[in-house]
Write a protein that binds this ligand. Structure first.
Ligand code: APR
Length: 270
């Protein structure tokens, strides 16, 4: 491990500092789940009929709920068949070592952090395991009904429609995910909780995100302006690596989550 990174982590450990980990799609890449903006990313490969990012909008869901559900059910099937990797496991070990000094803020809806054993998780972009009533009738958050495995081009069936009918009002259920034409909030996406945890963090550990989204960048800038330690794990340059480079207690740990997180967690957990 690079001496400067070791010194930063030793300082956080010795001070019994609070740690916020902020993860993106990159931490699940080694589990076989495509990222969004990489070469095989979801926003790059897309679907047959629409620009990919159109699929992740409330406007598209209103216009064509079957098409949006078809796309999400395929993605959710990919998530369900993926397994947590050494990066997810390292963050579980860190949570178990430092307890309530740890908070995990994830943009990922794939559920791999939860399946790896993380409990102190704020899912700021939602979670594929849940659905909500699209008409907001008040039924609250429900478990996504079980679905058989499906191919990318599987048609939307009457059975699918029945499974995705609100049990309270009979309208559509929607994925519990944040769409591009919607806003972060606390009830569904834990925005205030994520910013509050960052406001008292001694270290922000960023893993596998390109910095393309609003709240994660707010979190990065807040940690930087507070002078918290800032470590970024990513094989490629990105805005968090730039913030780390400008921070006296910052470090860009170039590499993959599975390569870098186990040694970083070992240094933090002692
Ligand atoms: N380990 C760590 N980082 C990796 C790995 C890996 N093995 N493989 C790729 N990465 C990095 C890439 O270099 C990139 O910086 O992960 C990042 C993935 O970036 P994106 O595909 O943009 O994913 P993310 O940053 O999570 O996107 C944020 O945008 O579209 C929305 O809701 C969507 O949650 C998503 C959000």
């Amino acid at each position: 491990m690079e001496p400067k990174l070791q010194a930063i982590l030793d300082g956080v450990r010795q001070a019994k500092g609070r740690v916020v980990a902020l993860t993106g799609a990159g931490i699940s890449a080694e589990s076989g789940i495509p990222t969004f903006r990489g070469a095989e990313g979801y926003w790059v490969v897309g679907s047959q009929n629409y620009m990919p990012q159109e699929m992740a909008t409330h406007e598209m869901f209103e216009r064509s709920p079957e098409e949006v559900w078809r796309w999400y059910l395929y993605r959710f099937g990919v998530c369900r068949h993926a397994q947590p990797n050494a990066g997810h496991a390292a963050l579980v070990a860190l949570e178990r070592a430092i307890g309530d000094r740890f908070t995990l803020v994830t943009q990922n809806i794939d559920g791999l952090h939860r399946r790896a054993g993380s409990e102190r998780v704020l899912c700021i972009h939602g979670d594929a395991a849940y659905v909500r009533c699209a008409g907001e009738c008040g039924v609250g958050r429900l478990d996504l009904p079980p679905f058989p495995p499906r191919t990318k081009d599987e048609p939307f069936s009457a059975a699918d429609r029945a499974r995705l009918t609100c049990p309270s009002c009979g309208g559509w259920l929607r994925p519990h995910v944040l769409w591009f034409d919607e806003y972060y909030d606390e009830p569904n996406y834990r925005m205030e909780s994520a910013l509050s945890a960052t406001s008292t963090a001694d270290l922000l550990l960023v893993v596998g995100t390109s910095g393309a989204t609003n709240l994660p960048m707010q979190i990065g800038r807040l940690a930087f302006e507070r002078g918290a330690a800032l470590v970024d794990v990513n094989p490629e340059e990105n805005p968090f690596a730039e913030l780390a480079a400008r921070s006296p207690r910052g470090f860009f740990a170039r590499g993959s989550a599975c390569e870098r997180l186990p040694e970083i967690v070992a240094a933090l957990a002692g």
